[in-house]
Ligand binder design. Structure first.
Ligand code: SF4
Ligand code: SF4
Length: 600
């Protein structure tokens, strides 16, 4: 049977077909749909772990017990999981352990553009790179076989285009894993004390030698000899781009990009006159081929930043060629700057931060949009859970000079991901920062996934719900307050009180994400501007709510140049009642009673 599947859906299907019984991960674009689809299959335990390190540690435990396990995360998630990852390379596995790293060339939804092929080489773990959805499914199966045969975790690396584009996939019935589920004590392999780890390192090196031999025989490293004048070595989606514009050139398409098949590469190089490597991001393949003593052209002519497409490959390799490739179609869409949703509970918080001119240590989540004008209220954003550490660092570096000026802001999911330990640091190391936890009861940024604070598992079962107030108190924070972010006066008073406190404090801003299903079913009462009262002061515009627009005098009628009490105005505010969800923030800012509910 055939189905049209995205790369992520195909990976999930691949896991199901080859007998995976445990799957873990943390949501992150472009990887999120892998676990969401795996969770739909009966017989697979699937969890959103609080972070990627935990996901890999749970996966390791399941593998040690003999289960086939799949772990999925985006590229930066591997940084979080890097600690257990490198040691798992030493312990090896029992049941196959496959790690999906979904990389994001072009930073469509990421804070950096790292090339995780480097992790494979660094951790000495094999890496497969599918070029379409069919391969995404097949490579998962192959990855499990390699994992169990060579006693190693195996990476499958996708990029955004593979993760999200759809192609035809052959579907099969699921098979049972060949590995027995059992507890077998093996401390010399699994306890990485220095004495044991020292003995494991040569085993890892010897495994790599065997994998190099395997790479040279691996059928998914495919050689296509066509025009012998020009040969291209490539992998992943870059193969599709190159093949589309230069179907007649010769190709070595690498399915396994670590370790590289040295013998095959040398043979291929001997069969073509000129050799190029087409690869996005780092000169990862290029450098290794050059180290083999082979002359190859790569990043001398190809960009090192951003995503490729057929047009880029064609223009770089053959600037004068027009082999039927479609020119980039100039898009004439109106610009659509990113913005928080109308009625978002974050907006009022950032409005107050801006008003108080605070230095705001920010974090990863849709609240990072608070950086944009007119709110302009995020001053740092580096890594998941980083904001609390930034505030602590500023506190320790500046001492009293930071009091009343610095605040950290973090989402509920991000706090549970990796903010907890930083808050503990503030408490333990006698910091005095104030942390605002934006509790919108979901992982909003990646599409509203569950987390330990939602009371639901990935499979939709009810579970123990973390109480953020009690958690913070348990960490030793004595001043924990909860605010309604739609009550601007209380928010401002609370923030002012807490930022001057010379002790750690936490403010939990509690309002569910407006996109949660539970919120969407609630009837909204849109607000309106009573235009005869509006004097055009623009106070409401400073909220940056996409539902509010300001019309200048040129676009209002002559009659509208005056308010109802004959005051001159340069324009008026207008609320689009199709967008407004009636949060009432703008009403609180209008000193002229010009905003209220429709039909109030
Ligand atoms: S609606 Fe109120 S706050 Fe907005 S511009 Fe008019 S008078 Fe100012
Ligand atoms: S009530 Fe005002 S701030 Fe809230 S969504 Fe409507 S227009 Fe935007």
């Amino acid at each position: 049977m055939k189905e049209l599947l995205s790369g992520n859906e195909a990976i999930a299907r691949g896991a199901y077909e080859c007998g995976v019984t445990v799957a873990t991960g943390y949501p992150g674009t472009p990887s999120t749909e892998i676990l969401e689809n795996i969770a739909k299959y009966q017989g697979i335990y699937a969890e959103w772990s609080p972070n990627e390190k935990v996901a890999l540690e749970v996966a390791a435990g399941a593998s040690f017990g003999g289960a086939r396990v799949l772990v999925a995360m985006k590229h930066v998630g591997i940084n979080v999981a890097a600690d257990p990852l490198f040691t798992l390379s030493y312990t090896g596995v029992k049941g196959g352990l496959v790690i999906i790293t979904a990389d994001d060339p072009e930073l469509h939804s990421s804070q950096n553009e790292q090339d995780n092929r480097n992790y494979a080489k660094f951790a000495k773990i094999p890496m497969l790179e599918p070029s379409d959805s069919q391969e995404a499914k097949e490579f998962v199966k192959i990855a499990f076989e390699i994992s169990e045969k060579y006693d190693t975790p195996v990476f499958v690396r996708t990029t955004t285009r593979i993760s999200h584009s759809k192609s035809i996939v052959e579907i099969y019935e699921p098979q049972r894993s060949p590995v027995p589920l059992e507890i077998v004590k093996n401390p010399t392999k699994l306890v990485m004390l220095p004495a044991n780890a020292r003995k494991r390192h040569p085993i890892v090196e010897e495994r790599l030698c065997r994998l190099k031999t395997f790479a040279d025989k691996f059928s998914e490293n495919k050689v296509e000899i066509n025009n012998a004048n020009l040969g291209i070595i490539t992998s992943g989606v870059s193969y599709q781009y190159a093949k589309e514009v230069f179907p007649d050139y010769s190709y070595l398409k690498l399915g396994l990009t670590y370790p590289l098949p040295e013998k095959v590469i040398k043979e291929f190089a001997g069969k073509v006159k000129k050799l190029y490597v087409v690869e996005e991001l780092d000169p990862y393949i290029e450098e290794q081929i050059k180290a083999m003593g082979i002359n190859i052209v790569g990043k001398d002519i190809f960009p090192i930043c951003g995503e490729f497409n057929p047009s880029i490959v064609e223009k770089v390799l053959s600037p004068s060629s027009k082999q039927g490739v479609k020119e980039d179609i100039p898009l004439k869409l109106p610009p659509r700057p990113p913005n928080m949703c109308p009625g978002c509970g974050y907006r009022g918080i950032f409005y107050i931060f801006n008003k108080l001119k605070l230095f705001v240590a920010g974090d990863i989540g849709c609240y990072t949009l608070g950086f944009l004008p007119p709110l302009s209220a995020i001053d740092t954003c580096v890594s998941m859970g980083g904001s609390i550490g930034h505030a602590m660092g500023l506190d320790k570096a500046l001492g009293d000079a930071a009091v009343g000026k610095v605040i950290a802001v973090i989402g509920d999911s991000t706090f549970l991901h990796s903010g907890i330990t930083s808050l503990l640091d503030i408490v333990y190391n006698r910091g005095s920062s104030t942390v605002v936890i934006l509790d919108n009861q979901t992982t909003a940024m990646t599409g509203r996934q569950e987390h330990p604070g939602t009371g639901l598992t990935l499979k939709g079962e009810t579970t123990k719900k973390v109480d953020l107030v009690e958690l913070c108190k348990g960490l030793g924070v004595e001043h924990v307050r909860t605010v309604d972010p739609f009550d601007l006066q209380t928010v401002e008073e609370t923030v002012k009180e807490e930022i001057f406190r010379k002790e750690p404090s936490v403010i939990i801003s509690r309002a569910p994400c407006v996109l949660l299903k539970s919120q969407r079913t609630k009837p909204s009462k849109p607000f309106t501007v009573f235009d005869e009262k509006c004097n055009g002061c623009k106070a409401c515009i400073k909220l940056g709510c996409p539902a509010i627009e300001w019309k200048n005098i040129k676009s209002v009628s002559k009659r509208d140049k005056l308010t109802s009490d004959n005051k001159k105005r340069k324009g008026i505010a207008v609320i689009d009642n199709m967008l407004c969800n009636g949060c009432g923030l703008c009403e609180q800012l209008c000193k002229f009673d010009a905003i209220g509910e429709i039909n109030a």
